[in-house]
Design a protein around this ligand. Structure first.
Ligand code: C2E
Ligand code: CA
Length: 239
């Protein structure tokens, strides 16, 4: 993997009323000469299997913090694989990268992806606590799919959970609607805020709002865009 071939796009996350951009998620892309741009679902699992995820994770942390430092007050959300938590000094490492980029910890959000099982839960809990003590907010990604179970909502000191796109789709079926609504209620009972991801239609948006989600990320508002476009996009909402 040549690091020069990787870049980040950023997708706005909006308040549920669609009136404010509240954060933007950094999403990794791989531009392969002669092939085109490849999405992370096609190479992150490979990177996780081959111990390359730490290198990619560091690249994204540096790039996203440097980019977001120029966004005024807007926070950036960065995906961190559970495998990166094997690093005992992960919290200090993340805080150092943010400081070097000039990004205050209060403008940094970490999304723990569910692409691999969470290993040593006590160690992950300690890392999250250390980050949160400095003002970094921590979300559990893709709730309702894969390894992220409701158990983790209880066991980890989180700020927020994110519902994956499959939940926005499931919510539009009679059986799925009840399941998704229960999942959101459960998160709120744990005191967690809820982001709905992959929201594409007004019906999905209305459902997520009625269930108490406070943030929306989805094509209904915006697709991933460059770091420079994010600044302009967020300014439109500020005015
Ligand atoms: P994720 O964290 O759940 O990110 C959201 C994914 O849903 C993104 O796909 C985004 O482009 C897509 N999405 C958002 N809204 C919509 C919508 O309305 N409709 C549809 N069809 N898709 C929508 P993307 O960029 O392909 O990322 C896929 C996954 O790759 C991410 O899922 C995340 O788990 C992982 N990933 C991305 N960047 C990184 C990274 O820097 N590090 C790690 N470890 N994983 C990453
Ligand atoms: Ca994510």
């Amino acid at each position: 993997m040549d690091k020069g071939e990787f870049f980040a796009l950023y997708q706005p996350q909006l308040s549920v009323d669609g009136l404010r951009v509240v954060s933007a998620e950094a999403l990794l892309r791989w531009s392969r000469p002669g092939i085109g741009t490849i999405g992370p679902d096609d190479f992150v699992p490979f990177a996780e299997d081959n111990k390359l995820i730490d290198e990619l994770g560091s690249f994204m942390l540096e790039r996203a913090c440097e980019t977001a430092a120029h966004w005024g007050d807007l926070p950036v959300s960065i995906n961190v694989s559970p495998l990166q938590f094997a690093r005992v000094d992960l919290a200090a490492y993340i805080l150092t990268i943010a400081a070097k980029a000039g990004l205050p910890p209060g403008r940094l959000e970490i999304e723990i992806t569910e692409t691999a099982p969470i290993g040593d839960i006590a160690a992950v809990r300690a890392t999250i606590a250390e980050l949160r003590a400095q003002g970094v907010r921590v979300s559990l990604d893709d709730l309702g799919a894969g390894h992220a179970t409701t158990c983790l909502m209880r066991e980890l000191p989180l700020d927020r959970v994110k519902l994956g796109k499959s939940m926005a789709d499931d919510a539009m079926t009679e059986k799925g609607a009840e399941h998704v609504s229960n999942l959101i209620q459960q998160a709120r009972d744990f005191g967690l805020a809820v982001t709905a991801e992959g929201v594409e239609t007004q019906a999905q948006l209305d459902f997520m709002r009625s269930c108490g989600c406070d943030r929306i990320q989805g094509y209904i508002f915006a697709k991933p865009m460059s770091g420079a476009e994010i600044s302009a996009f967020a300014r439109q909402f500020a005015g």
